[in-house]
Design a protein around this ligand. Structure first.
Ligand SMILES: NC(=O)c1ccc[n+]([C@@H]2O[C@H](COP(=O)([O-])OP(=O)(O)OC[C@H]3O[C@@H](n4cnc5c(N)ncnc54)[C@H](OP(=O)(O)O)[C@@H]3O)[C@@H](O)[C@H]2O)c1
Length: 323
């Protein structure tokens, strides 16, 4: 398995182990957000899996330290750039995956389950193009693939819980109704990924997937949070134009100050999520369609908010944090 130390990777490793699979995870010596995990921490986190350490970017390390000439049945990858910045995305989401695909073939692997993202259906950002380029390589590889494109994760929709708790308003772009999504829980997604191994109807397929229930807008997320906290809803409206100005400004400045290019790309990522729904898009009309977005699992975002407020769970939002 690749990417086992990430949010979905951890849940997927657990789900694989629960199903009785023998799991080998290829990880780096310093893993987690900001390299916070040492090998002992990682071993505790991924108890029940065998760990192999090395550098996923280096094809020699992948073969020597990862596959080691052993035979495996399948490769499951939840590997992804932690920042989404262009250079990192091409290095990880694309190149490292290409090397892994090659090494997997040499190890006799015939099946590949890839965690991707629903937003690659409208690839305007560098990380989406990098993911899509690898998806296409995998589809053309002849392996039995399942490309899973989930909607939005709970951690990405929980960034405002703390600020609202501290008495601040909930920030929404425009009227808070520009976008909608069907959020999916980590464990529900992990089970869906693991089921791809044995469910032939998910083989050689690109699989968009959301969580249970109706699609929800940012405004509904805020309303529900205030309801759970027993407070009157209070919103602060941020005009999308403001994001446009920031993105344009950073883009212009980065021509003279290249280090700003990464910030400009992060701005573009922010703008994308402020204006695009995480639902299946009709390619003909370009419209997002909640009814056409499949659902899996049982946990809703609102269940998760309740558990977060009760202190039963916490989130590690990592390098994507916006709020
Ligand atoms: N957030 C959302 O709402 C959302 C929605 C749909 C789809 N997705 C997609 O889901 C995927 C996974 O998300 P996630 O939140 O589980 O990711 P994550 O928590 O950021 O984990 C990323 C994983 O990739 C590994 N990785 C990254 N850079 C690496 C490097 N240079 N060398 C070795 N390993 C590296 C990380 O290892 P370390 O621990 O060593 O860093 C970690 O195991 C992403 O492709 C994302 O686009 C996200």
């Amino acid at each position: 398995m690749l990417g086992a130390t990430g949010t979905i990777g951890q849940a997927t490793a657990r789900a694989l182990i629960e199903r009785g699979h023998e799991v080998v995870c290829f990880v780096r010596r310093r893993a987690g957000v900001g390299g916070a995990l040492n090998p002992d921490d990682t071993a505790r986190l991924l108890e029940g899996a065998a760990l192999r350490f090395g550098d996923v970017i280096d094809p020699t390390s992948l073969a020597r330290d990862g596959f080691r000439g052993d035979r495996f049945d399948a490769l499951v990858s939840c590997l992804a750039s932690r920042t989404g910045a262009s250079k990192d995305a091409w290095a990880i989401d694309h190149r490292a995956h290409l090397h892994a695909l090659e090494a997997a073939r040499e190890a006799g692997i015939t099946q590949f389950v890839l965690l991707s993202a629903i937003c690659v259906q409208k690839p305007l950002l560098a990380f989406q193009q990098a993911k899509l380029a690898f998806e296409n390589a995998l589809i053309g590889s002849g392996l039995t693939y399942s490309i899973v494109r989930p909607t939005a994760f709970f951690k990405s929709l929980s960034g405002q819980v703390d600020r609202v708790r501290r008495g601040k308003p909930f920030l929404i772009f425009g009227d808070g109704l520009i976008t909608a999504c069907k959020p999916i829980g980590d464990n529900d997604l992990a089970r869906y990924l693991v089921d791809c191994l044995d469910d032939a109807s998910r083989h050689k397929r690109v699989l968009p997937i959301g969580g249970p229930g109706d699609a929800i807008t940012p405004r509904q997320q805020g309303e529900h949070l205030f309801h759970l906290l027993g407070r009157k809803p209070r919103f602060k409206h941020v005009p999308v134009r403001l994001l446009d100005t920031i993105v344009w400004g950073l883009g212009a400045l980065s021509r003279f100050a290249p280090p700003l290019a990464e910030k400009a790309e992060l701005g573009r990522i922010g703008r994308y999520y402020a204006t695009e729904s995480m639902l299946v898009m009709d390619p003909e009309t370009g419209r997002y369609d909640a009814a056409a977005t499949p659902s899996t699992g049982t946990e809703t975002l609102f269940d998760f908010y309740a558990r977060l407020i009760a202190g039963e769970v916490s989130i590690e939002r990592g390098d994507h944090a916006v709020f």
